[in-house]
Design a protein. Structure first.
Ligand code: HEC
Length: 428
């Protein structure tokens, strides 16, 4: 909810969805906009496994349980285990084993298992994955410098491109073949009298929206319980705003109530409010908490990148004369103690449809494609096969096959699928 630009547009979209189910550790805005919430345990309350290492990603870590889950929360694995059971798929979901078995299986499918056995890894807390020499050759620091001709980049020319023909040939109005300044849809150059430019940088006191639920942290920066907005003294004076006042920042997309921090540390015409606040709407549809994304637009950076333009936003500002009560964005809901829990109607689950869909999905796939979607999606979303040439795939797969723990026969199947569907497959 905090992450998405033009939050009111997101809310309009959510209102069209019949049922929203959310799995979360905290009582976030996403849970408040959901119909059903499964309270999940944190990573400190369950055993798990993860990979890491800056850039190299060549380490596996044991994430060990520190305390039991609090309240009725469950590890997400157990939440889905329970759901699978309701759907009559418990055995398929669990292989009739517990989570530790799957953690061990995941470890043993990685290259690290060749170095040290699972029990030793779990005891020690981490293991290294060997990077095959063939793959190391392909890293940015490897043979590229020794043999640039033989180690092309993933561009058409195989080189760093100042002018990109591929992009130029797309003939997009807002994305020429090389970087250049293009007039923004919203900036001070097109602002009307009284409009201000709003920027929403990363906060220093939390990670995006994470940790905003910590009252101890909020006490360090909030102004009257709202996100602080930095305003130049001239802009504040022109609107009768004083340091510590509540202000309304608004445009046609939404209205945000924030706490004024009047300062000479920001240029006139620009206000700054950190991204990542949690939302709470008051009866007038104003955000009573200070989430900057009620103001930002979904205008993409260009027709090619479609990235967000969160810092390209015009607003107007006035003193807030009628705030409605405190910011409730971080308050948990009231719990109804003596509620009767309904039985699940098995008939209504539509299991036949589920089985038919699964069968239809797999029916069209070659064994290599099936293996690709099953084994190459453990760490990341499936990569678009057609986005790489055969040559590029040959460079990428040595390290990925190792990571996915594929046997020789399985490698052959996946390789066959990649070669048949690579960008230049038809040319070969
Ligand atoms: C154990 C985790 C893991 C598994 C399993 C895995 N990958 Fe990756 N993959 C990564 C990581 C980490 C990166 C990014 C770092 C890198 O490039 O090495 C990555 C990057 C990629 C990239 C981008 C490479 C580039 O240079 O643009 C492709 C393509 C890819 N993987 C394909 C695959 C395929 C195909 C499989 C199945 C055979 C697979 N991956 C299985 C972890 C994994």
């Amino acid at each position: 909810m905090s992450h998405q630009q033009d939050t009111n547009r997101l809310i309009r979209a959510l209102n069209k969805v019949e049922t929203i189910i959310c799995v979360d550790v905290w009582w976030t805005a996403a849970t408040r906009w959901s119909d059903i919430v499964f309270p999940a345990a944190t990573t400190l309350e369950q055993n798990d496994i993860t990979s890491g290492g800056t850039y190299s990603n060549d380490r596996v870590y044991a994430m060990k349980k520190v305390i039991e889950p609090i309240g009725e929360s469950l590890p997400d694995y157990e939440i889905f285990e329970g759901l699978a059971d309701k759907l009559g798929l418990w055995a398929q979901f669990t292989d009739s084993e517990d989570k530790m078995y799957h953690i061990k299986l995941a470890y043993e499918a990685s290259g690290a298992a060749k170095e040290i056995p699972f029990e030793e890894f779990w005891e020690k807390g981490y293991a290294r994955m060997p990077v095959p020499a063939e793959a190391r050759k392909w890293t940015r620091h490897g043979a590229f410098y020794e043999d640039p001709e033989g180690s092309p980049l993933h561009t058409t020319s195989g080189k760093i491109e100042m002018f990109c023909d591929t992009i130029a040939n797309m003939e997009l109005d807002d994305c020429p073949g090389m970087p250049q300044w293009i007039e923004k849809h919203e900036y001070l150059g097109v602002a009307k009298e009284g409009q201000l430019h709003v920027v929403s940088p990363h906060p220093w006191f939390r990670l995006h929206s994470q940790m905003a639920n910590s009252e101890r942290l909020r006490d360090l920066y909030m102004v009257q319980g709202r996100e602080p907005v930095r305003i130049n003294a001239e802009d504040a004076a022109a609107r009768g705003i004083e340091d510590g006042d509540l202000v309304e920042l608004y445009n046609k997309r939404g209205t945000v109530i924030a706490g004024a921090v009047v300062s000479d540390g920001i240029m006139p015409g620009v206000v700054s409010i950190y991204e990542g606040g949690w939302p709470q709407l008051d009866s007038k549809g104003r955000d009573n908490s200070g989430l900057a994304n009620f103001l930002t637009s979904t205008q993409p950076t260009s027709g090619l990148a479609e990235a967000s333009t969160a810092n390209t936003t015009l607003i107007e500002m006035r003193k807030c004369e009628d705030p409605e009560g405190p910011n409730m964005a971080y308050h948990p809901p009231a719990i109804i103690e003596d509620m009767e829990i309904a039985e699940i109607d098995d008939e209504a689950l539509g299991l036949e449809r589920l089985e038919a869909l699964t069968a239809a999905l797999y029916a069209d796939m070659t064994p290599g494609e099936q293996m690709f979607f099953e084994r190459c999606t453990v760490c990341h979303a499936p990569r678009e096969v057609t986005h790489y040439t055969q040559q590029q795939w040959k460079g990428i797969v040595p390290s990925m096959f190792e990571r996915a723990g594929l046997e020789d026969s399985e490698r052959e199947l996946v390789m066959d699928y990649l070669m048949t569907n690579a960008a230049d497959a038809a040319a070969h």
